[in-house]
Design a protein. Structure first.
Length: 84
């Protein structure tokens, strides 16, 4: 992108599509973050910080996967009711 312009993020009106998008974003981000963690092995402070961040992002990924599985099993309307 030129001149520091940011990529526009999509606007979602469908919660399932948002969760799928978030899941893919997590997968892509974790792949990139994994390389950073590996490169920081000799810098213990940075390694620990990145490792903790990686674990947090991994938990987000698992949450997305669990919610999509739950929606598939109980249906979107029942899942939405559970969120209230």
């Amino acid at each position: 992108m030129k001149n520091g312009a940011k990529k526009e993020e999509p606007v979602f009106t469908d919660v399932v599509e948002f969760i799928k998008y978030d899941l893919q974003t997590s997968k892509d981000g974790l792949a990139w973050l994994k390389t950073l963690v590996e490169e920081a092995r000799d810098d213990y402070s940075t390694f620990d910080m990145l490792k903790t961040y990686y674990q947090d992002e991994e938990e987000d990924l698992y949450w997305d996967e669990q919610q999509l599985e739950l929606i598939e099993k109980i249906g979107l309307q029942n899942w939405l009711n559970m969120q209230l």
